[in-house]
Design a protein around this ligand. Structure first.
Ligand code: AFP
Length: 369
């Protein structure tokens, strides 16, 4: 993990570390955000406990229903959704929430008008990996309730990523980690699993603070089985990486694809890299696979807070104003130098003529003797 220095919060528990990060925020607002993040943290600790029990906790297999997107739900999707929505319903600072698993936004029965925050989340990202025992995660975003005193309608959720007050993910891997930001740098906390079996709340302990993503990298992540459907700038960028030191980049690259966005982003947080789920021509009306509000935007805030960049190819992801809760977008994020290059390719007015040159004249491949 790239940290600039060993900050004072390392070794602190979640609420104490948040108090440090939010030292400049008025106490009432600070306490509201701390309580809300604390509620999310406790729900995710429970998800971790169940996920780590696998079939023994009924966490595998398909549920007998589909989500609002018509996607088959896994048992753990349903369990995670119920744990998080119940935790948010009990939190007096949360006016409403929206989930990948629910078509409509939910309004809190008790705090719908006075709650400060709206929470948007993907309760379990990477579900196709559950039975394969590959890392999965939860992604969440905290927005201001724009019309306090009234109950939040769906329009209240339609805020660009720049409006986020906080964002985070929980990675259920060999260790369970929570990575979050309140716009004052990126914290990494480790779940102390021994606390799950005590009488008190789960303990999250700061392992790193002020994480920095290296600007340069030689590692990229994309599902290359979709290569023939990509737009030219992505085809060019990936082909140049694959060409390695024999191609225009004149250096070799490494590729990864876990099919779990949370795991990919966390690898980037630890050593840099590029993650791409670009638009492709399979379904021209579908601008991408990933959701703006509860996947792209929270990850964009985290990546940018750690010094990286997050775009859709031509615009910063956090500038995009959602039209609908479940809107999809292309996602390209990670080490800033590489994202800058990819944005440059998208802006290339000559349709990548230089790349065509490499392909046809093999400038970098020595002719066979
Ligand atoms: P699931 O939650 O359906 O497994 O999707 C995970 C995801 O949204 C994201 O976490 C991955 O990066 C991406 O989809 C993987 O998509 P492919 O299966 O098309 O590679």
């Amino acid at each position: 993990m790239n940290t600039l220095f060993e900050p004072a919060t390392v070794g602190m528990e979640l609420d104490q570390a948040l108090a440090c990060h939010l030292g400049d925020v008025p106490a009432q607002a600070s306490q509201g955000l701390r309580d809300t993040l604390g509620a999310m943290a406790q729900a995710c600790a429970r998800i971790s406990e169940i996920a780590s029990q696998g079939v023994l906790a009924g966490a595998h297999g398909l549920a007998e229903r589909s989500n609002s997107q018509g996607e088959a739900q896994k048992n753990l999707d349903v369990i995670a959704e119920e744990l998080i929505s119940m935790a948010l319903a009990r939190c007096r600072h949360v006016a409403g929430w929206a989930s990948e698993e629910q078509e409509q936004a939910q309004v809190s029965d008790d705090h719908g008008t006075q709650g400060r925050y709206l929470v948007v989340y993907d309760p379990l990202d990477g579900s196709s990996n559950i039975e394969a025992n590959i890392s999965i995660g939860t992604i969440f975003s905290i927005l201001p309730h724009p019309y306090r005193g009234t109950t939040p309608g769906e329009m209240g959720f339609m805020q660009p990523g720049h409006q986020q007050i906080a964002a985070g993910y929980v990675l259920y891997g060999p260790a369970t980690l929570m990575v979050l930001t309140c716009r004052r740098g990126v914290l990494v906390l480790t779940l102390d699993r021994t606390s799950l079996y005590g009488a008190g709340p789960a303990r999250w302990v700061v392992a790193q603070d002020q994480v920095r993503i290296p600007a340069a990298t030689r590692e990229f992540a994309i599902n290359t089985s979709n290569q023939r459907f990509w737009e030219k700038p992505i085809q060019r960028y990936v082909a140049e990486c694959v060409a390695g030191d024999a191609g225009p980049r004149m250096k070799d690259f490494n590729m990864r694809w876990v099919a779990s966005m949370v795991a990919e982003v966390h690898r980037i947080m630890t050593r840099g890299g590029v993650f791409m789920y670009p638009r492709d021509s399979r379904e021209p009306r579908k601008p991408g696979r990933l959701r703006l509000m509860y996947e792209a935007a929270p990850m964009a805030l985290l990546v940018e807070q750690a010094g990286g960049r997050a775009v859709n190819g031509t615009s910063e992801l956090m500038d995009l104003v959602p039209d609908t809760l479940h809107q999809r977008v292309p996602v390209i994020l990670g080490s800033r130098d590489e994202i800058d290059r990819i944005v440059g390719y998208h802006a290339d007015p000559h349709e990548n003529v230089s790349w065509q040159l490499f392909k046809t004249r093999s400038l970098f491949v020595q002719p066979q003797a």
